[in-house]
Design a protein. Sequence first.
Length: 155
Amino acid sequence: MIVTTFADCQRYAAISPKLKKAFDWLNSNNLMELPQGRTDIDGDDIYINRSSFTSKSREDARWEIHHHYLDIQMALAGQEQMDVTPASLTYPAEEYNPQTDYQQVHSKDFPYQTILMVPGQMTIVFPEDAHRPAIHGDGTTAAPIEKAVVKIRID
């Protein structure tokens, strides 16, 4: 997991040419002007999903993992908490879906880190990072959130 800002993200571009391409695209486009849903950056290798939703309680939010993509998660408007724990400390809640590269998992009640996602910042989660997004920004109050998630195929 990496937590950074738009201003500092290029520091991590050396990790992968695809990550650099995504950062370059993010820093040259207005994400608030993106339509809801998927926008391709480089076909299935790099794309971005934009969504609007209402935050959830921690109990209603779901842990998830991805096997082949990393996520660059960004709150565009509003605040959201996201919990992160090692994927090795989780167990399946449902079967892995290779079409969506998504698997809902349960935590084994091990500690997790909570990140407050605010506009201007991004959190990069890798396949080894189980994450539970969409939690109320203040921990208790449902609020609207505008969000974008870049998906980067890493295998």
